[in-house]
Every structure is written in C-alpha cells, then in structure tokens.
Design a protein around this ligand. Structure first.
Ligand code: HEM
Length: 339
C-alpha cells in the first residue's frame, strides 16, 4: 500500500458523472476545498450517529416484508432499496415522493452501466432532470422554511462568510445520492456473500455481534465496492517509493488492500482480526465524505439481516451473478434462502 502526495493529484480520469457538471468529486482546490468544507459542516459524524436508529427502522421494515419467503434476491429486495430510502430520508424527501425518488435513483444507477441501451440512457437523462428539478425545488423551499434535514443543513452551512449556492447544493445532493447508494448496496451484498461463503465467520458474528464493525472493515478491505480509484498526477509527485511524472499514475484499492507488505495474510477474511487498514474510501483530499454513513448502513444492514433470518444461506439453485461494471465491484443478484 502506498502513500500519495495528495496535493499533486486530481481525479481526471473520465467518469460518467462528469457529464453532469463539476460536483466536488471532480473539482480541484481551491473550489473543491471550499465546497467540501461547507458540506462537511452539514454532513457530520454526529449527524450520522443521530440517524442510526432510523436507519435500523428502515432496515427492519424492509426485512419484515421478506419474512416467510423461502428464496429471494437480497440485492433487489434489500441491499438496493435500503441506501436509497436512507439517503431520501436524510435529504428530507417527503414520504409521498419516495416512490418517484426511488425510481429516479434506480434509473440513475445506469450511469455505471457501460452497455446501457438507448432506452436506459433516455430513462437516465429523464431521471437526472427529475432529480435536478426536485432538489432545486427542495433548496428553494428550505430557504423559505428550514427543516431537520440535510438540504436545510446545506442551506445554512457557513464558513468564513462563505455559503453554498443553490446550484452547488443541487450538485451535492446528486453526488451524495450517486456516490452513496450503489457503493453501499455493493458493500452489503459483498459482505453478506463473504459471510455466507465462510459460515464459520457468520457463526462468530452471530455469537459476538460486537465484531460487526470489524467485520465491515474486513469486507471493505477484502472485497471493496470501489475496486479502483483512477487518478492522474498533475505535477511531479511521490507515490510510496516511486516518482511520478505529470500525466502518470493510478491507484487501485483492490491491489493496495491486499498488499502482503501490510497484511500478514492478505486473502484472509477473519472477522476477528484487527488489521483493518484499507483504501476502500480512497485517500487524500477527495477521500470519501460519506464513510461514516456507509459504515453505519452496512453495520445496521448486516446486523438486522442476521437477526431477522437466523437460517440465512445461499440458494444453491441460483448462480452468483456479478455486475459487468468496470471500477465498481458488486453483485447483480444474490439469491438466498431465508427460512
Ligand atoms: C461502501 C460505500 C462507499 C464506498 C466504498 C465509497 C468510496 C469512495 C471513494 C473511493 C471515494 C474517493 C473517490 C476519488 O478519490 O476519486 C469517495 C468519495 C466520495 N464519497 Fe464515497 N463511498 C461510499 C459511500 C458513500 C456514501 C454513503 C456517501 C454519501 C451519502 C458518499 C459520498 C462521497 C462523496 C461526496 C465523495 C467525494 C468527496 C470529495 O470529492 O471530496 N460515499 N467514496
């Protein structure tokens, strides 16, 4: 695993997200620093901890609907809707708008599909327009009347007399939705798959739920949802022991996470081991701002799942399907037997 000279790098490798304007992920300092520090004022570790009980209620209500089902696709029925509903609530989406918001969010994940059809592209563009209008209206309404939601917190966030513009808030909401849903779905899916493939690990977790946060870090190291963070050096820089010229370099979390120089047994997935250092959330100036939320969601999802379904196991009649998506690493479906 290597250390990067963070000031010298910028995300410049083409990503589908760039087509929709420069969110903070694609800005360089000082613009990035200004927006990120304002967003960090609204999206704090403490706020995530306050949302935890509600996150658990959301997981419980999704899982309750699955009781009595013999075989089900955990991705479609739980791991995928769960983070969308969580972020919708955090952003203050009205419950009457939730279905529409969910269908826009699902259509938007087509951004990551390199072989999407024309129809899917059209649905994606319509979803993008719908979400932009939705967030723009939400910002205006929170400017009139504040609520207890993240959009309101972004409206009032202030530092050194600086505030976010309405457009910056809309771009940020879109980014939070895009960066925080598919990745968390993949983390839950990859995590449950690893536990089901290693029943002795699942057993340890059931016996000692206190191991949960360590288990989630293990999954982030062992099977990270973002397999590669591709960056290009803007200036001469030092990457570990290597010197990098402008135009060169990319870093991969999968490779770094299994560096035998760091991990004694890089392919082990033992939930009890404490060596949880990893690059799953990136590093440097753009490192994941949503990591506390992702952790809270994954810990809650896995805990709720094992509590609701004590006999959870893979459905041997169904193949395990991976998504044919570059960079992101997750499951297309995960069929389980619940009773
Ligand atoms: C397991 C789940 C997640 C993983 C693996 C993940 C991974 C990452 C990675 C690797 C980066 C750095 C990208 C780069 O350097 O180019 C990043 C940035 C980011 N993530 Fe996450 N993420 C996750 C969940 C979330 C959540 C839940 C949110 C918010 C709701 C979120 C919001 C963001 C944002 C806004 C950035 C850009 C930060 C910046 O540009 O300063 N992520 N994430």
């Amino acid at each position: 695993m290597t250390e990067t000279n963070e000031m010298s790098f910028s995300t410049r490798v083409q990503s589908p997200v760039e087509a929709f304007g420069p969110s903070m992920l694609h800005l360089r300092d000082p613009a990035h620093k200004r927006i990120r520090s304002l967003v960090s004022r609204a999206f704090t570790h403490e706020s995530v901890e306050r949302w935890r009980p509600r996150i658990r209620e959301i997981a419980d209500s999704l899982l309750r609907n699955l009781h009595g089902r013999e075989s089900l696709d955990l991705i479609a029925e739980f791991a995928s809707p769960f983070p969308i509903i969580v972020i919708a609530e955090i952003l203050g989406v009205d419950s009457n708008d939730l279905q529409q918001f969910k269908s826009w969010s699902e259509a938007k994940t087509e951004l990551f599909n390199p072989s999407r059809t024309r129809q899917q592209t059209e649905a994606l563009l319509a979803a993008d327009e719908g979400l932009n209008n939705y967030f723009a209206c939400a910002v205006e309404s929170r400017r009139q009347k504040r609520g207890d939601d993240l959009v309101s917190a972004l409206v009032v966030a202030e530092e050194s007399g600086q505030r976010l513009t309405s457009r910056e808030i809309v771009l940020t909401c879109n980014l939070l939705l895009l960066a925080g849903t598919v990745t968390t779905t993949d983390l839950v899916g990859n995590g449950v798959l690893a536990l089901l493939k290693h029943p002795e690990q699942m057993h340890k977790l059931r016996q000692s739920p206190g191991l949960l946060s360590r288990a989630v870090e293990k999954i982030l190291r062992y099977d990270p949802p973002v397999a590669q963070v591709a960056r290009v050096a803007l200036n001469f820089a030092v990457l570990g022991a290597s010197k990098v010229r402008p135009g060169q370099a990319s870093s991969s979390s999968v490779v770094g996470n299994r560096d035998p120089g760091i991990h004694l047994d890089p392919y082990a997935s033992d939930v009890e081991r404490a060596d949880t250092i990893h690059l799953a959330f990136g590093g440097g100036t753009h490192c994941c701002i949503g990591a506390p939320l992702a952790r809270a969601e994954a810990q809650t999802a896995v805990r709720a799942l094992v509590e609701h379904f004590p006999h959870l196991r893979l459905d041997p009649r169904r193949p395990i399907e991976h998504k044919p998506v570059p960079i992101l690493k997750g499951l297309k479906s995960l069929w389980i037997r619940a009773c």
